[in-house]
Design a protein around this ligand. Structure first.
Ligand SMILES: [Zn+2]
Length: 429
């Protein structure tokens, strides 16, 4: 075993919690993985980690389409200071590289729709994605039908051409390595049917092989990218569970895109997701695996309780897709994550709460030090709510960790959800 490979060094219970060591970094589970979409999202995380330990928040997931703008200036800076002086200046990013686990998510789901534009600002892209985007951009405003047709062509090329597939995998993993990934994530498409399930399985297997050639010291995860559709299709979900359960691979990453199981009408999907979590719970209690759930949104808390070791969300709990139409929410005041309601609340609600109670509904140092909430400008508010969000998730991870040790986790977690605004989500435990 090399130092870069996963080692479970402290398994205090059968399931949670444990300490995983990868690349000489020790990660205590459960761990909240932040997903910065912008440069200052990441700066904020680094800044907070300088002042506070936040051991249950020690993992970072950056999308391939965002990685260039977030990481290249920082990596360049490190290389330059290295040239100028042997004595390093204090550098939050360098500290982070030696401490926090970094994943670069290929996030190919964006290629299948209008969001393909997220890739265009980026100069570090595999040839296949560059070609795909350039073809789409030949038309000034490609129709949804054009995009769908091109995307199907892109997937079919990967299905039919083994050489192209290997080249694509190699290109993507090399870029992930350049961006300092601690674990490789295979470039898999969204799994919507048996064909894309099979392709993902194939890419997962080949990625492990390619990893051995380009850097055998890095561990390559198996990755499954799903959406709500997968919760209506037993075959797809069973295929994913079977792969996780039977694979020799130790690290498995699952992402359910745009999933909010709090929605009343998703009764069957909730039942399916619960079954999925039961399987995850069983797999994690009987194997030395590391299970990661990305963009877990409202499912974050119960999914961690049931057995995911690392769970991610963006700073707005993955709810940004609701605001995308109509120009996005750039001009707005971000929602404040209410720790006991477990959902985001608008600024005016929090202002009223503050006026009545003379405090915020949170004991984190960021909230406790905040003064004059009514006078805060938008940028300061948006920075504040994101710092507070990191703390809130940190406390949730710590709660799960401690409650597990006390044998009070299931009852405590159900009680916490009952008192929250996630009434439907409690069914998942
Ligand atoms: Zn707070």
């Amino acid at each position: 075993m090399t130092i870069s490979q996963l080692e479970i060094i402290d398994r205090q219970g059968q399931n949670l919690p444990k300490i995983a060591r990868i690349n000489e970094k020790e990660i205590i589970t459960p761990n909240f993985m932040i997903q910065p979409n912008k440069n200052d999202d990441y700066g904020l995380f680094l800044n907070l980690k300088r002042k506070y330990d936040l051991a249950f928040t020690q993992t970072v997931n950056i999308k391939l389409c965002d990685a260039h703008k977030i990481l290249v200036p920082r990596i360049t800076n490190i290389n330059q200071t290295k040239l100028l002086s042997e004595e390093y200046v204090h550098d939050d990013f360098r500290q982070s590289l030696s401490r926090d686990l970094i994943l670069i998510d290929p996030s190919l789901e964006y290629l299948s729709g209008r969001a393909f534009n997220r890739f265009t600002q980026n100069s570090d892209l595999p040839i296949l994605i560059n070609r795909y985007i350039n073809n789409l951009k030949k038309s000034s405003d490609p129709s949804n039908k054009d995009i769908e047709k091109r995307y199907n062509g892109f997937v079919n090329d990967l299905v039919n051409d083994a050489g192209l597939r290997i080249q694509f995998i190699r290109d993507v993993l090399r870029i992930e390595m350049k961006f300092k990934a601690d674990i490789f994530m295979p470039p898999i498409p969204m799994i919507t049917n048996k064909k894309t399930l099979k392709l993902s399985h194939e890419i997962n297997i080949r990625s492990v092989e390619v990893t051995k050639l380009i850097n055998p010291d890095i561990e390559c995860a198996n990755y499954y990218l799903l959406n709500k559709q997968a919760l209506r299709d037993h075959q797809v979900l069973d295929g994913v569970i079977k792969n996780i359960s039977e694979s020799n691979n130790k690290i498995h990453v699952v992402k359910f895109k745009y999933l909010d199981l709090e929605a009343n009408y998703l009764i069957d999907e909730r039942a399916m997701y619960k079954r999925f979590l039961d399987e995850i719970s069983y797999i994690n209690s009987s194997n030395d695996k590391l299970l990661i759930l990305l963009e877990s949104g409202n499912q974050l808390f119960p999914s961690t309780v049931k057995g995911f070791d690392i769970v991610s969300s963006s700073y707005n709990a993955d709810s940004d897709y609701k605001y995308r139409k109509g120009g996005g929410n750039k001009q707005s005041y971000h929602y404040y994550y209410h720790p006991s309601m477990m959902i985001g609340r608008p600024k005016h609600y929090i202002e009223t709460y503050y006026d009545v109670n003379s405090t915020l509904p949170c004991y984190c140092p960021i909230c406790q030090n905040l003064k004059d909430i009514n006078k805060i400008k938008r940028n300061t508010w948006n920075y504040f709510v994101r710092q507070h969000y990191l703390f809130s998730r940190y406390y949730e991870m710590k709660y799960i960790h401690d409650a597990y040790k006390d044998n009070s986790l299931t009852i405590g977690a159900i009680d916490k959800l009952k008192r929250s605004k996630l009434k439907n989500i409690q069914e998942l435990i």
